[in-house]
Design a protein around this ligand. Structure first.
Ligand SMILES: Nc1nc2c(ncn2[C@@H]2O[C@H](COP(=O)(O)OP(=O)(O)OP(=O)(O)O)[C@@H](O)[C@H]2O)c(=O)[nH]1
Ligand SMILES: [Mg+2]
Length: 353
């Protein structure tokens, strides 16, 4: 299962209570207070891990809790600090705190607010708490409570047998929205069946499914392309887009956020027009969808991979494509037959420099 958006409740551990205790030993009358401090509650820590590719582990465990610190004990013994709870998330995870989280709402009200937040993230959530963009990057999402003080701290000249202590502090908690925005150098944009996944299989070790029906790819897949011994780039294959994708038609819109961080876009187009559409219009429509989704995306560098040139209809369309987009780098390829792939790899290196 691929999960790229999920609501999570996180709670750090509470600090342990301080202890009230008095030293009792043979030959030491009135030994004085010796109650130790409580231990610290565990933190909830997020760690970006490149081996994790989506948020599905949180789907089964949407409540993250760190343990409480132990209470203090006699003989000035401190309670044990609780271990931190470390949660691995994919690189590219953005965390938002949900508004109203934890603010005295009833259970149902809270559920309603959270649902609204998920359906309309812009309106109901606060700014991002953190954006985990590097492998190994850590972030303390909820801090554990400090331990309470034992009665040993409350001894004074006037009170030699204090019974005071303090409770441990409560650990931080909150409702959060975790959202994955894949990080890749290049994003493949195209209609369903254009051959995006076939291409990714050809140039990387990634194995997205390929089939002759639309919407074969149901979630983003990242491929690593080894350009040289020292140079590797990542490419994101996202589900096919169709007109209206920015409004949620097809599968497209849900996944467009995965290409918002790509440095370049590679438009993969069926140059043979094998489904009766014109490749030129395909590109124009796709460009419009990007623009409608987020106008900043249409300003990013883009290039064309004119696919399926093994089919005879492609040659005429290639000419029209070149005429229509004279300033845009175009590489004719056949992802299925492996033609033009070497040239495409070289161009990728140039484009990304
Ligand atoms: N003739 C020919 N067919 C190709 C070529 N590349 C891909 N195909 C075929 O086109 C169909 C769709 O390929 P996919 O790679 O699944 O297309 P996609 O763009 O990933 O499609 P979605 O995941 O549905 O968006 C498959 O039947 C492929 O075999 C090519 O270069 N030439
Ligand atoms: Mg595909």
């Amino acid at each position: 299962m691929f999960v790229d958006r999920i609501k999570v409740f996180a709670q750090a551990g509470n600090g342990g209570r301080g202890s009230v205790s008095f030293r009792r030993e043979k030959f030491v009358p009135k030994g004085g207070p010796d109650g130790g401090d409580g231990g610290r509650g565990g933190d909830v820590i997020l760690r970006a891990d490149r081996h994790v590719d989506n948020l599905s582990n949180l789907f089964y465990e949407p409540i993250i809790k760190a343990k409480n610190g132990s209470h203090g004990m006699g003989k000035k013994m401190h309670g044990r600090a609780a271990p931190d709870k470390i949660v691995k998330v994919p690189v590219g995870t953005i965390v938002y705190e949900l508004r109203n989280a934890n603010r005295g709402l009833g259970k149902e009200e809270r559920a309603g607010a959270n649902l609204a937040a998920i359906n309309n993230p812009q309106s109901a959530i606060n700014d991002a708490v953190v954006d985990l963009i590097r492998d190994g990057q850590e972030f303390v999402l909820c801090e554990g409570g400090a331990g309470g003080k034992g009665n040993v701290h409350f001894k004074s000249s006037r009170n030699r047998a204090p019974r005071q202590y303090t409770e441990g502090d409560e650990g931080e908690s909150g409702d959060f929205l975790f959202e994955l925005r894949t990080i890749a150098d290049a994003g493949l944009i195209g209609y369903p069946n254009a051959g995006k996944s076939t291409l990714l299989r050809k140039i990387s070790a990634a194995r997205p499914k390929v089939a002759a029906y639309p919407f074969t790819t149901l979630h983003p897949v990242i491929g690593v392309v080894q350009l040289s011994e020292y140079r590797r780039v990542t490419i994101a294959d996202i589900p096919g887009l169709i007109e209206g994708a920015h409004k949620g038609v097809g599968l497209g819109h849900e996944f467009l956020r995965h290409i918002t961080r790509c440095r370049i876009f590679l438009f993969v187009v069926d140059a043979a027009g094998s489904e009766g559409r014109s490749p030129v219009e395909d590109i124009q429509n796709l460009r419009r969808e990007l623009d409608l989704y987020d106008s900043r995306l249409s300003e990013r560098p883009w290039f064309i991979a004119a696919n399926k040139i093994d089919l005879p209809e492609a040659s005429e369309n290639l000419k029209t494509l070149r005429k229509k987009f004279p300033k845009i780098d175009l590489v004719p390829i056949s992802a299925a037959k492996g033609e033009g792939i070497d040239e495409l790899r070289q161009k990728l290196a140039n484009w990304l420099d």
